[in-house]
Design a binder for this molecule. Structure first.
Ligand code: FES
Length: 123
């Protein structure tokens, strides 16, 4: 089971995945705040991530993913849509984009409040 490390602006979350799972599925199961406004059907770009390590182990993006990525902010060479990128056999390091975080907290305002309270408590 490959290890998946999610890099957030305030923390790192690590989990394991089954090959063939989408990065979005892995993130949701681990409570990673990944946006996914279309529900994971390649119809938005709110699950946009940067795959910092292990990108070559992912299947190449299909045309629909590439088309949707054109609408994403901050494109980088290893930009992917988490709902379309399927985990292979290798470990991955995934950076959440600001776009994805904003979408997540927009849909889950209670989570934003919990995070703010947790951040205050740790100061
Ligand atoms: S969740 Fe909408 S494209 Fe991935």
């Amino acid at each position: 089971m490959p290890q998946i490390r999610f890099i957030l602006p305030w923390a790192t979350q690590e989990t394991h995945a089954h090959p063939g799972q989408s990065i979005l599925e892995v993130g949701k199961a681990a409570n990673v705040p990944l946006g996914h406004m279309c529900g994971g059907v390649c119809a938005c770009s709110t699950c946009h991530i940067w795959v910092r390590q292990g990108a070559d182990s992912l299947p190449q993006p299909e045309v629909a993913e590439l088309d949707q990525l054109e609408h994403a902010f901050g494109l980088k060479p290893h930009s992917r849509l988490a709902c379309q990128a399927l985990v292979g056999e290798e470990a991955l390091e995934v950076v959440l984009t600001e776009e994805s975080l904003k979408a997540y907290f927009s849909e889950n305002p209670d989570e934003a409040c919990k995070l703010r309270d947790k951040t205050k408590a740790s100061k």
